[in-house]
Design a protein around this ligand. Structure first.
Ligand code: C2E
Ligand code: CA
Ligand code: CA
Ligand code: CA
Length: 279
């Protein structure tokens, strides 16, 4: 039998089981994708519920794979986190989002650009320095940048997280608590962690079968809670006109979702900016 390099690899992969082999392929491809610049950011608009005005964008990473096409972050972020690649990838996302904020003159327009932060990034000692570097490099004010953390990120080590949050807030960037309500101790966190924005997870918006008032109780409660703590509340996953009307009635300040705008490539997302051509 022939034993060239390729066959040896194939035999080895087969022995590991398909899943492990596929994962190793993905990891190798990810590494290459970073070098080749295959990642892109899409931007999803966030809107003032009362006026309909654009208030900012959330940056969402996608992988433009040369063979498999556009790959969603749910497929590769976990692999990037396990392999250490999330460091350089997260750094690229941060700098690219800041660069875009500058190009869109987010400063003058009073818009925020939100960036998702992986727990692995957040736990890095020099993360605040990386953020400061990205702001300086792009030349934008820190108020333009909103960092989105999930409850689990903060809960891994609350005292270490508090210190990291102090450092970030000292820079002047905003902190959003993402997917609020889906974690283990949402309420106690809110009492102890200083944040600026509360993003209510989309699972709290009523589905087509949730016709009675009880389906809305938690949504209403979270909007009130955020308002009472003087936080900017963003409802995620606004998919229908009914959702939008409900949020308006509840006094929820900000909304994000497919009904308002899908995540779009920068060039298309730019069309959401008011009078970009005249300014
Ligand atoms: P997320 O931070 O909760 O982002 C919102 C996700 O919900 C996005 O999926 C978005 O496309 C989707 N979405 C927005 N509006 C609607 C809606 O009305 N209905 C429904 N059903 N979905 C909606 P996406 O882009 O696939 O991102 C998935 C997750 O991947 C994000 O969830 C975030 O946790 C993570 N992610 C995305 N970009 C990054 C990144 O740059 N860094 C890190 N660490 N994680 C990221
Ligand atoms: Ca998010
Ligand atoms: Ca979310
Ligand atoms: Ca999520």
């Amino acid at each position: 039998a022939k034993h060239d390099g390729k066959n040896a690899v194939r035999t080895f992969s087969a022995g590991m089981g398909d899943e492990t082999a596929a994962r190793m392929d993905l990891e190798r491809d990810l590494r290459e994708a970073l070098r080749n610049g295959e990642f892109v950011l899409h931007y999803q608009g966030q809107f003032d519920v009362a006026s309909g005005a654009l208030t900012g964008y959330e940056a969402l990473v996608r992988w433009q794979h040369p063979v498999h096409g556009m790959i969603a972050p749910g497929r590769f972020i976990p692999v990037a986190e396990d392999s250490g690649l999330i460091g350089p990838l997260g750094d690229w996302v941060l700098r690219e989002a800041c660069r875009q904020a500058r190009a869109w003159r987010a400063d003058e327009r009073g818009l925020t650009i939100s960036v998702n932060v992986s727990p692995v990034q957040f736990d890095t000692a020099d993360f605040a320095q990386l953020v400061q570097g990205a702001l300086q490099e792009a030349g934008i004010r820190p108020e333009c940048l909103m960092l989105e953390l999930t409850e689990s990120t903060v809960l891994r080590d609350v005292s270490a997280a508090s210190e990291q949050l102090q450092r970030l807030r000292a820079l002047g960037v905003g902190i959003a608590l993402d997917d609020f309500g889906t974690g283990q101790s949402a309420l106690s966190l809110l009492r102890h962690i200083p944040i600026d924005q509360l993003k209510i997870d989309r699972s709290f918006l009523p589905g087509p079968d949730d016709t009675d008032e009880s389906a809305q109780v938690f949504l209403r409660l979270m909007v009130m809670l955020g308002q009472a703590r003087k936080l900017n509340v963003v409802a995620e996953g606004v998919e229908t006109a009914e959702h939008q009307a409900l949020l308006r009635e509840m006094g929820c300040p900000t909304a994000q979702g497919f009904f308002l705008s899908r995540p779009l490539p920068a060039q298309q997302a730019q069309a959401l900016l008011p009078d970009m051509n005249h300014a």
